[in-house]
Design a protein around this ligand. Sequence first.
Ligand code: MRU
Length: 343
Amino acid sequence: MRVGDSHYRTIWLEGNSVYMIDQNQLPFAFGIKKCEDWLETCSAIRSMNVRGAGAIGAAAGFAMAQAYMAGFHPEEALHKIRSTRPTARDLFYAVEKVYHAGQISVNNAVNVAQGIADENSEAGRKIGIAGENLIKDGDRILTHCNAGWLAFVDYGSALSPIYQAHREGKEVMVYVDETRPRSQGARLTAWELMNEQIAHKIIPDNAGAYLMGNKKVDLVITGADRIAANGDAANKIGTLEKAIVARFYGIPFYIAAPGSTFDVNTPSGSEIVIEERNQDEVNYQSGTDPTGNIQTIRVTNPGSQAFNPAFDVTPAALITGYITDKGIFSSQDIRIRLQSGSL
Ligand code: MRU
């Protein structure tokens, strides 16, 4: 992804340190955060300086490699990295792979962690090529949260087909759900689309049904954090509502994700652990004041409690298809491919 004149990956390993685009500063400032040891990388995952299933997968793999490089007790590091965030499958996929690789040698752990990041970037590129076929010139596409290049090492999942369609000269218009409470749509997806010069409008989270009911949306594409063996998909809270509305109005609803997000060991969505985050994310918002200073303000009734589940699960029955790095599949195909290990 280009930012100004430079190409950036969302996260990378250099020497013993992990570098990442600090997503908590975006879109108001562009900064790179350096994590000098695996504990700092863990805290960056927890605080969402790096976020999005693929990107936290790469971060978790790098953190495990850092623990090996530091000579830290690997089982303890594995346990701590796994506990940073519970829902995204990529995190567990990556940390376990690097843990096993490190049993052979420290170098092997580092190489496998680098390989996971490369694999994630390449999967995003292939998702773009597969999904682009679904997009017609002039389409208006609704997306939720940020499943772009910031949520991956590069390219993204849900946004990758949109970038590819745009590169091929198709006119697209993207409706970006703001995605409260952390506003990954309004802050990150909008920032990415602006960098790529793709037409887009940020919409309030509760505007999707109005737009779909008024024939202003041709296609919905979102990402996923974990997809169960039966095709049920966990994604950012609010995705389920979009899927229900899309089905009601006969609008195709696609989930885009790489093979590392599919979890053959979780039979259905009801077994997916849903992260509950701090209520302050609902009660407070940050942004810039008219002079450009970043301020955090309370936006809810002082004294009220808030509830902040970070994800919901969309049943496979509401999903038109899955855009993967291996092609586009129905939930039935997904079940067969997962059983045969070909995803
Ligand atoms: O809590 P986040 O921002 O890490 O949420 C995860 C996501 O980015 C989304 O659910 C996204 O749509 C799927 S991740 C590619």
